[in-house]
Design a binder for this molecule. Structure first.
Ligand SMILES: Cc1ncc(COP(=O)(O)O)c(C=O)c1O
Length: 386
C-alpha cells in the first residue's frame, strides 16, 4: 500500500485555496458595507443562478428544505392532497409534504440510476386515489447529482395534472439531454448546504421557476408575506431569506462551478475505470452529465460494514446515503407506498456506499483510495473464485 495521505470526504479547504483571495475580499466587502439582509449580492447571485441553468427566476431562501416548503405553500398544498416522491432520498423531500399537512406517497426508484422510476408513477397515482387523496404534485430528486429521466416524467405530470417540483439539492447544474437541472420542472429547488456541489458557508437554498406569478408570491412568502413594502403584510408568510454573506460566497463559487463539474467528471471516470470490474459503479444515462454530488458504489449488503471499517482503518472516509428508505423510517412508515412495496429502494439502501468525491481530489490520493477499495474487497473475490 502506498503512503497514507490525509483524505477528506469532501475537501472544502482545497476549494477555498483554489478560489483564493477573491472569496475573502467578497466576504469582507459585505461585512464592511453592512447590507446584511437582502443586500445587492443576493439579487446579483439570484440572476447568476437563474442564468447558469436557463431558468427565468431564482429566489434565494434560507435553506433547501424551506425552498420546497415555500413552493408547496405557494401552490396551496395541504390536508387531503397527495404528493408523490421517492423514498430513497434525504428526509427533507417527504418531510416538507407532511409538514404542510399533505400526504407523501412513496414511489419506486430505477435500480440503475437510483432516481424515481417513471414506470412506477402510475402505481403511485393509483395508491393516492385509493387513499381518497387528491394527487397534486410530484417531487423528483436528482439523487447523487444525476437528473431524473424527465421526458417521460414531464409527460406523466402533464397528462395527470401534477405540478412537477424537481428537488435538485444534489443535482443543480446537471445536464439532461441538452437541458440543465435548475431549469427543469415547473419549479426546481436547490440547497447550498456546504457539502452540496454548489454549497455556501452555512445554510442557504433557492427556488427556480419560469412562472412570474408564483415568483411574486414566493418573494412575498419568504419575507413575512410582505406587500408593497416591508411593513405591509398582505398574507401569512415566514422569514426565509438567503443571507447577503452567503450570496457573496456563492457568487464566487458559481464562477468556478462549471469548471468544478468538469473536474468531478474526471474524478468519477477514474474511479469507474479502476473499480468497475469489482463493484457496481454509478450509471449515468446517455446524453446526461451528473454533478456527482456523491460517487456511490454498491457492495454486497452483508459485507458493507466490514468494507467501510477496512477503509476507515486505512484513513479513507465513506458514507452511506441512505441507510434506510423513508417508508421504513419511524416518522414516515404510516404513509402510503405505491404498488406492492418498494423492494428496489429497500435493497439498494443496504448496498450503497459513497467514496470521497470532490473536484480537487488529486490523482495520487485517488489512487490510494482505489487501492484501499480493491484490497478491502479482495478476500470476497478470492473466496468467490475458490
Ligand atoms: C435531496 C435533498 N433535498 C433537500 C435537502 C435539504 O436541503 P437543506 O439541508 O439546505 O435544507 C437536501 C440536503 O440535505 C437534499 O439532499
Amino acid at each position: 500500500m502506498s503512503e497514507r495521505p490525509t483524505i477528506e470526504f469532501i475537501d472544502l479547504k482545497a476549494q477555498r485555496q483554489h478560489i483564493g483571495q477573491a472569496m475573502e475580499d467578497a466576504i469582507l466587502k459585505v461585512v464592511r458595507e453592512g447590507s446584511y439582509i437582502l443586500g445587492p449580492e443576493v439579487q446579483q447571485f439570484e440572476a447568476g443562478l437563474a442564468g447558469f441553468c436557463g431558468a427565468k427566476h431564482a429566489i434565494g431562501v434560507a435553506n433547501g428544505t424551506d425552498a420546497l416548503i415555500l413552493v408547496l405553500e405557494a401552490l396551496g398544498i395541504g390536508p387531503g392532497d397527495a404528493v408523490i416522491c421517492p423514498s430513497f432520498t434525504f428526509a427533507a423531500t417527504a418531510e416538507v409534504v407532511a409538514w404542510m399537512g399533505a400526504t407523501p406517497v412513496f414511489a419506486e426508484i430505477d435500480e440503475a440510476t437510483y432516481n424515481i422510476d417513471p414506470k412506477g408513477l402510475a402505481a403511485a397515482l393509483d395508491t393516492a386515489r385509493k387513499h381518497d387523496l387528491k394527487p397534486r404534485a410530484l417531487i423528483t430528486v436528482d439523487l447523487f447529482g444525476q437528473a431524473c429521466d424527465y421526458d417521460p416524467i414531464e409527460a406523466f405530470c402533464k397528462q395527470n395534472g401534477l405540478v412537477l417540483i424537481a428537488d435538485s439539492a444534489q443535482g443543480y447544474g446537471a445536464r439532461y439531454k441538452g437541458r440543465i437541472a435548475g431549469a427543469i420542472g415547473d419549479f426546481a429547488t436547490t440547497s447550498f448546504f456546504p457539502a452540496k456541489p454548489l454549497g455556501c458557508y452555512g445554510d442557504g437554498g433557492a427556488i427556480l421557476t419560469d412562472n412570474d406569478e408564483h415568483t411574486a408570491l414566493i418573494l412575498s412568502l419568504r419575507f413575512h408575506g410582505k406587500g408593497s413594502y416591508k411593513y405591509d403584510n398582505v398574507r401569512i408568510g415566514v422569514n426565509s431569506r438567503l443571507d447577503t454573506l452567503q450570496a457573496a460566497v456563492l457568487i464566487e463559487k458559481l464562477k468556478v462551478y462549471a469548471e468544478e463539474i468538469e473536474k468531478r467528471q474526471l474524478v468519477a471516470q477514474r474511479y469507474t475505470e479502476a473499480l468497475k470490474d469489482i463493484v457496481t459503479t454509478p450509471y449515468v444515462m446517455p446524453d446526461c452529465v451528473s454533478t456527482f454530488a456523491q460517487y456511490t458504489i454498491r457492495v454486497d449488503a452483508d459485507r458493507r460494514d466490514a468494507f467501510q471499517a477496512a477503509l476507515k482503518a486505512k484513513g479513507v472516509p465513506t458514507t452511506v446515503y441512505y441507510p434506510k428508505p423513508l417508508h421504513q423510517q419511524t416518522a414516515y412508515k404510516h404513509f402510503p407506498v405505491a404498488g406492492n412495496g418498494l423492494p428496489i429502494s429497500e435493497r439498494v439502501a443496504k448496498e450503497v456506499v459513497a467514496l470521497p468525491m470532490h473536484p480537487y481530489l488529486d490523482k495520487a490520493t485517488q489512487d490510494y483510495i482505489i487501492e484501499a477499495v480493491r484490497e478491502a474487497l479482495a478476500p470476497a473475490r478470492e473466496s468467490a473464485v475458490a
